[in-house]
Design a protein around this ligand. Structure first.
Ligand code: GYE
Length: 330
């Protein structure tokens, strides 16, 4: 059999083998292939987190994306382990909501080395290089803190000095220590109330974004300061709802003896506003699923996406709570 024929056969064989091998596997998200998304969630910290993960699950299912979820149970080490496992599994895209802002440099470098794109949802990270993640999808937490501060100044501007002589004493329930929403909301609020020296933060402590811890810390605030407290600024609704219980058990009226401002806009907050126990909630939208999945599909298709995707949000004072509650999705 001539040498030429043998070569043709050999080449034909190579083409055939190539056709059978993975090389022509459709690109992630291409026709017939499922994008595999590795998502590390923070864990059951609040009603907000529950709504967030439900939104991501629903959007992934609707898009036919394979979603591998890992629950960090509020621990950074679990999240780092989950990201390493997603890298080992060679998922197409990694997305996560960082429980705290720092400590992500090395694992994000590993994802970059593995050429797996990373999307941040909800919370930011502090890293030395922008290329360690593609985009951040979520709220502007500093602006949420500012909105809370503006509402407070506005609220007291309606009161005459006669109604409220002297300083306005504020206690603050901070979110989880080291987390972007806690750091930024504190900063935004402080920036705004600095405009009027009467507004003083007399106590500030973490309630870890949970209802139980919010109640516990508010009990300590009440024991220490009692009726000197005029305002509670809670970094999320869950802590505010826990604090409301503590205030009532201390024989005071939440929403009148103590003005209460919180953030998220969960259903429980609207019910508390309708009951007159909460004065205002600044919305922080957890329904990030559709935006996240749209970004994942774009990334998988090799498209460029914006570096920052901010969610639109409002402020809901108790005067509008009854008409707004039926429209709330979380
Ligand atoms: O405000 C709080 C949740 O990261 C924006 O985390 C989120 C925050 C939210 O536990 O309720």
């Amino acid at each position: 059999m001539s040498r030429i024929i043998r070569l043709d056969l050999a080449f034909g064989l190579v083409v055939l083998l190539a056709a059978c091998s993975g090389s022509d596997q459709p690109a992630p998200g291409g026709e017939g292939s499922k994008i595999v998304l590795g998502f590390s969630q923070i864990g059951a910290e609040s009603e907000w987190q529950t709504a967030n993960i439900t939104s991501v699950r629903a959007a992934a299912a609707e898009a036919g994306i394979t979603l591998r979820i890992s629950d960090a149970q509020l621990k950074q080490e679990n999240q780092i382990e989950a990201l390493r496992s997603f890298i080992a599994q060679r998922v197409d895209v990694i997305a996560f909501s960082p429980v705290v802002e720092t400590g992500w440099e090395s694992v994000l470098r590993e994802a970059k080395a593995a050429e797996i794109p990373v999307i941040l949802t909800d919370r930011a990270v502090e890293v030395s290089e922008d290329t360690l993640y593609l985009t951040l999808i979520g709220s502007d937490f500093v602006e949420e803190g500012r909105k809370a501060g503006r509402w407070l100044l506005e609220h007291y501007s309606k009161e005459t000095a006669k109604d409220h002589p002297g300083d306005i004493n504020i206690v603050e329930l901070q979110g989880r220590v080291g987390s972007a929403p806690a750091n930024d909301r504190q900063k935004g609020f402080a920036e705004i109330i600095a405009a009027d020296p009467r507004f003083r933060i007399i106590r500030s402590q973490t309630g870890e974004f949970t209802r139980a811890k919010g109640k516990e810390v508010m009990e300590e605030f009440l024991k220490a300061e009692g009726r000197r407290i005029n305002v509670l600024f809670a970094h999320n609704d869950d802590m505010a709802l826990g604090a409301i219980q503590a205030i009532e058990e201390a024989g005071m009226k939440p929403g009148s003896d103590i003005t209460i401002i919180s953030i998220d806009g969960v259903k429980g907050a609207f019910e508390a506003m309708i009951a007159g126990k909460l004065n205002v909630t600044v919305e922080c939208n957890p329904l990030l699923g559709p935006q996240l999945i749209a970004a994942v599909k774009d990334v998988a298709a090799g498209k460029t996406i914006p570096r920052r995707i901010v969610t639109e949000e409002s402020v809901f004072p108790r005067e509008v709570a009854a008409q707004e509650l039926p429209k709330r999705k979380y």
